[in-house]
Design a binder for this molecule. Sequence first.
Ligand code: NAP
Length: 525
Amino acid sequence: MDLTGKMLIGGQAVPGNRDAIKAINPATDQALEPGYPGGSREHVDQACALAWSAFDSYRETSLEQRAAFLEGIAGQIEALGDALVDRAVAESGLPRPRIQGEVGRTCFQLRTFARTVRAGEWLDVRVDEALPERQPLPRPDLRQRHIALGPVAVFGASNFPLAFSVAGGDTASALAAGCPVIVKAHSAHPGTSELVGQAISRAVAAHDLAPGVFSLLYGSGAEIGIGLVSDPRIKAVGFTGSRSGGVALTQAAQARPEPIPVYAEMSSINPVFLFEHALRNRGPALAEGFVASLNQGAGQFCTNPGLVIAIKGDALDAFLATATQAVQRSPAQTMLTPGIFRAYANGLQALAGNAGARVLGAGLEGAGPNQCQTHLFVASAQDFLREPALQAEIFGSASLVVTCEDAAQVLQVAEHLEGQLTATLHLDEADAQAVRNLLPTLERKAGRILVNGWPTGVEVCDAMVHGGPFPATSDSRSTSVGTAAIARFLRPVCYQNFPDALLPAAIQGANPMALSRLVNGQRQS
Ligand code: NAP
């Protein structure tokens, strides 16, 4: 399990020929060996050629074979043991238990997709049998199944070096759909990426799959990233990161002769609405819960509660007093990269310099480099509505409380919000009508609406939606977490009047795969 500093192209270790990227331990600012020379367009071409040649055989692997492969990846990752945890801790500055938890989440995710693949519901089989006697025209025999889109380019995220990176949710769902995957490693954690890439490559070999099913490339977004998105053999993209990065990749995908879908998860400030009775009955407890959520992972979560909205009054004052004290007690935490720390510091500076916002409190200063100091700001609804800059995401433990005159202004603020991954409601029974008034707006704005909890913590399950209107994501019709994420990498094909022997097994008359199907309008399980 040595780190080689090389890319993995169809299972082969290939050295790059551009400047070497070295991970920086953000807790010490020390560079970590080895260096990872970046790849060039020729490496993109090699990986895409292999992925394309693997596509037809991989997408027709049996459900059992594909599910076993996903489970095999999970087993290979677990076998990496402490070597993986040690490297991920050093590259991310995240605490060891968090990284251990992420290994578990990554493997659980892969196994959950294995279960989804086996169940076969994603094939969404529909059969409309021929009606030769129908008047005025006969109906032909029509059968639909879903097939994989084609090779997928995945951009590993900095803030989840395992669960949203090389073998994370995008890779797992694309492989589950039957798509070969080429990952552009995030430059913040190249060693973690190599270890996980080696694990996937071992699983590819152990399951006798075409080597092009998986490749891992290093290098810059401008060369490797745009190169992948522009390659005609890439048919979809999964991305988690900044708004500017997601928009650039979406535009590159749209500018192709054959445009392709980009599933980019980008920017969300995750509004939290504190309703009148909940605030009055348990304001201080809500304040403690809020600051605990704000501080999780140094606020480097896409679901970080970056905005709180409530009506002015004594109850809100009590909430703010407790929240400010909790913020002032908050220890500093190491951020993921020096770049993310700089972006956080710039975001704080911009907000502090905005005439509409006022600092309520700041956390303890850290001793080492790249320390995130928690910050809480307040602004009036009037200023929030006037100043677009007050809606900008500050990636880290910073949040803004917006104080409203009345319920009508709360609704106005909600209408003014950009698209969000989540909206959180703290309510008591007596708040029901106020919630009903707000809900239609929030349904239009957010992918997940939650009650009396905190948005951080995203369950991997069938019902999860981790998505939302722009700029939360580039395509609000999908989720990047949970089993429904597989749908992003599938498309329907209809077979008309085919002889049964020429049909794929999923839609043959005798239903040899024993799939749940919609036959002549009736569900048959
Ligand atoms: P990032 O800068 O968007 O980078 C993510 C990946 O996309 C990297 O591999 C990067 O390549 C590539 N990329 C970025 N811009 C590109 C472009 N214009 N063309 C082609 N490829 C491009 O994200 P990050 O490094 O993880 O974090 C930077 C900021 O993103 C944070 O400060 C935060 O504001 C935001 N962020 C948000 C979330 C969220 O969930 N909301 C998560 C993570 C980060 P390179 O190797 O060239 O950098």
